[in-house]
Design a protein around this ligand. Structure first.
Ligand code: CTP
Length: 408
């Protein structure tokens, strides 16, 4: 974030008391922050507070001749590399959705070409109101990123969805809008994540313990590194990382069909999904009744999504994952060779490790090299892994270029 120019819009809500801390956190990361407050925001926090923490005069008024003379609002809209509205009130979201330009902040949002992120904060019933839902859907369709809201205790005494995300989390989210010059800039990355569900009958399925967290972290890290990211996800309860296009699937067969549809033009394929290896051979059309003491399920093999992509004639750079309960490195190396992968990241699972945990550790293998990534949060590991993938991808392309020159 060093030297990045962030325009922070503060609108009227009790969560505005957290915004000076947000300014501090952004500045700690090296960003320049220009605060713009709406009239309602000034009912909650003073401009003096923001001026002190941002080190810049706060802008509040479209008609402030002196401020406009120093930097006109169109100039300010151009100055911003990213716009973050935190907190974003229900009223401000409505004004943004209808393209109003009736105060300085709304005008800036209309006049900027910078990416915009909004961090809503409001009473849970206001957030759930169909009017707010429709406004948010409109904003998302236009590419405005939604950060939160979170769930929990509300200032009004209620409990539910509508809390502004914490400043540190917002700093992470804003970082994803400041894409530019990362090691995967201009690359297209396709990622699978989560478990799959294989139907037994209309009400039952077979699945596994994958939470999808590692795959979602890899998607976020690849996006932060500048890539265009498509995330094909099995059933999980995780928010889509900002700026990532997500396609939801259910079964291994759905995942394969979706991946084959999306893989054209992809530079890097990363397969983190815990795809079912077997599915019920003949799923019942009606609910199976308990008519006997035992039940035999005949299972058949599913297709291997990763191996199918790796076997394509014009294939992307292919990265697999190996989830092992024993002989981790040995088994992973076998998979690397058998599935003809460029790289594989292996981890130990089971015995309370990896699945559904916040932390993980990985051994990364190439045909003739290895690298260990020590225990850390899944997002930190994902960022390191994406760095290694970007390096290997560049090296593989340089190698292919050299081979092509030699052949010519
Ligand atoms: N994979 C896949 N499609 C499958 C099975 C696995 O794409 N039907 C991918 C996973 O996403 C992962 C890699 O293959 O990147 C290895 O998955 P893993 O479950 O560890 O190994 P399997 O190949 O299923 O082998 P086994 O279950 O025998 O260990």
């Amino acid at each position: 974030m060093q030297g990045k120019r962030i325009l922070l819009g503060v609108t009227g809500g009790i969560a505005a008391y957290k915004s000076p801390d947000l300014v501090r956190r952004l500045r700690e990361r090296g960003a320049e922050v220009q605060v713009v407050m709406t009239a309602a925001a000034r009912e909650f926090v003073t401009a003096t507070t923001f001026q002190a923490v941002s080190g810049r005069a706060v802008r509040t008024d479209l008609w402030d001749a002196a401020a406009e003379a120093a930097m006109g609002h169109i100039e300010l809209a151009r100055w911003a590399e990213v716009v973050l509205i935190a907190p974003a009130s229900a009223d401000f979201l409505a004004r943004l959705a209808t393209g109003q330009a009736d105060d300085l902040l709304a005008t800036l949002c209309l006049a900027t070409e910078a990416p915009i992120g909004v961090a809503p904060a409001m009473n849970r019933i206001m957030w759930a109101n169909p009017a707010t839902r429709a406004n948010v859907a409109t904003l998302q369709q236009r590419g405005i990123q939604l950060f939160g809201p979170g769930e929990g205790d509300q200032a009004c005494g209620e409990v539910g969805e509508g809390r502004m995300l914490e400043p540190l989390e917002l700093v992470d989210r804003v970082a994803t809008l400041l894409i530019g010059g990362g090691p995967l800039q201009g690359r297209r990355v396709l990622i699978t994540a989560g478990p799959t569900r294989e139907r037994i009958d209309p009400v039952r399925f077979i699945s596994n313990r994958s939470s999808g967290k590692m795959g979602f972290a890899v998607a976020q890290a690849a996006r932060e590194a500048g890539a265009e990211v498509i995330l094909v996800s099995g059933p999980v309860s995780l928010p889509t990382p900002p700026g990532v296009r997500r396609v939801d699937v259910e079964s291994a067969a759905d995942m394969l069909a979706t991946v084959l549809r999306e893989v054209e033009g992809i530079d890097i394929f990363i397969s983190t999904a815990a795809v079912a290896d077997y599915r019920p051979a003949r799923p019942a059309n009606q609910k199976i009744k308990k008519t006997s003491d035992t039940l035999d399920l005949c299972m058949e093999r599913t297709s291997d999504v990763l191996a199918t992509v790796a076997a394509r004639p014009k294939r992307p750079f292919v990265v697999g994952f190996a989830a092992e309960t024993e002989s981790v490195e040995q088994n992973a190396r076998l998979k690397l060779l058998k599935k003809n992968l460029d790289m594989i990241a292996a981890n130990e699972v089971g015995h309370d490790k990896a699945f559904d945990c916040e932390d993980n550790q990985l051994i990364v293998l190439w045909r003739n090299a290895r690298h260990e990534l020590g225990k850390a949060s899944k997002l930190m590991l994902a960022r390191e892994l994406v760095g290694l993938i970007a390096e290997s991808f560049d090296a593989a392309r340089a190698g292919a270029g050299q081979r092509d020159t030699a052949l010519a």
